[in-house]
Design a protein. Structure first.
Length: 370
């Protein structure tokens, strides 16, 4: 059996994004480059309810390019965040950065599905540039292929064991249990389903470009009818504006970040730093769309119908208008909680401001209801 050959990888996708789990309490945990974000969601009648959430800042450079450079600091932040969350739940769903995973849809003949594990192992060797004993590997049968019912569409997914294990270790060092390991892109798609519910015809047969603007990178995810068409990362993020503020006013990085978030910077900040940065950010988003149009859209004759902005920098004043003006595409701020009931402990105004940063953690928390 494939699972027997892969040791800890045997139940990876029963922990990671594809296989179903029971509806026991679960915390969605997103470890980003600047903070750990925890979200807990329950059911209220027929609706989901966001019970509580916490954003706990990480020390600078504790996480760089998705790597946990300081696992003790990450674990400490997780522990502090969990304590602030005020929950008894210790089971956690976390995610790997998308670039640390290899995932691909493949076709398997229905007639040979009884040997699917052997076939998956053979296919994996073609796509994974590592020895199979170095990776966590699993698969999920998605259903009959759209254009050939004699084939099954199967999602193959793999990641280096060391990358999975370091995140699991950080969670366990915080006194919690890593029950699910997902992938950022899959978690984003799960949260996006809640955003679609707000749109005409629930967004069906429309193409969306979701830009998650983090501290150091912009993550572009193009989605149509629940399927990821395109994914790209760009090395540009809100940290650049913080550094500009730091240099301009001769203050520490922490002071610059605090002033940026609290809008307490000196006169001239907006005209000298904010507006030029917003324009540069809009240019980067436009450039990413151009890559999509030249690599994917041309072959499928697709145009983007809506742009959604997420991440900590998505609420920069004027960004949505600047992006809309440059791209000529309707642009909105992503909020996966609009259709969810809010518990009495949630402050609505605070959640409205934090929601664009909680896309991944929201999607992870929703794994409880697979």
């Amino acid at each position: 059996m494939l699972s027997g050959k892969l040791a800890q990888g045997s139940d990876w996708l029963s922990r990671i994004g594809l296989r179903k789990i029971h509806q026991a309490p679960l915390i969605g945990l997103d470890i980003s480059s600047s903070a750990v974000k925890l979200v807990e969601i329950s059911r209220s009648g027929k609706n989901y309810q966001v019970d509580r959430y916490v954003i706990e800042a990480l020390p600078r450079d504790a996480v760089v390019d998705g790597n946990l450079n300081n696992i003790e600091a990450v674990s400490d932040a997780i522990r502090k965040g969990w304590q602030k969350l005020g929950t008894s739940t210790r089971d956690v769903a976390l995610a790997l950065p998308t670039t640390m995973a290899i995932y691909k849809k493949i076709l398997v003949p229905v007639a040979q599905s009884h040997d699917i594990e052997e076939m998956i192992e053979s296919e994996a060797q073609q796509y994974i540039p590592f020895a199979l004993d170095e990776v966590n590997l699993d698969f999920q049968v998605l259903g009959p292929a759209a254009h050939n019912p004699d084939d099954l569409e199967v999602m193959l997914c793999a990641a280096r064991k060391e990358k999975v294990e370091e995140r699991v270790a950080a969670v366990e060092m915080a006194g919690l249990k890593a029950s699910v390991v997902d992938i950022d892109a899959f978690a984003t798609l799960t949260a996006f389903e809640q955003i679609q519910l707000q749109l005409p015809e629930q967004g069906m047969n429309q193409t969306f470009a979701l830009f998650d603007i983090g501290a150091t990178k912009i993550y572009c995810n193009v989605i149509r009818n629940g399927q990821q068409l395109y994914y790209r990362e760009q090395a540009f993020g809100g940290q650049q504006l913080t550094r500009d503020i730091q240099r301009r006013y001769g203050i520490t990085y922490e002071e610059a970040e605090k002033g940026k978030c609290a809008s307490t910077l000196p006169d001239g900040y907006e005209s000298e730093l904010l507006h030029p940065f917003v324009d540069s950010l809009a240019q980067e988003i436009q450039r990413s769309l151009q890559f999509f149009y030249t690599t994917v859209s041309v072959s499928q004759y697709l145009r983007v119908d809506y742009l959604l902005l997420a991440g900590g920098s998505s609420l920069l004043p004027g960004l949505d208008d600047a992006v809309s003006a440059r791209t000529q595409i309707s642009t909105m701020i992503a909020n996966p909680f609009t259709t969810l009931v809010q518990s009495t402990s949630i402050r609505p105004k605070a959640l409205l401001l934090d929601a664009p940063s909680l896309l991944v953690s929201c999607g992870l928390a929703l794994r409880r209801f697979d």
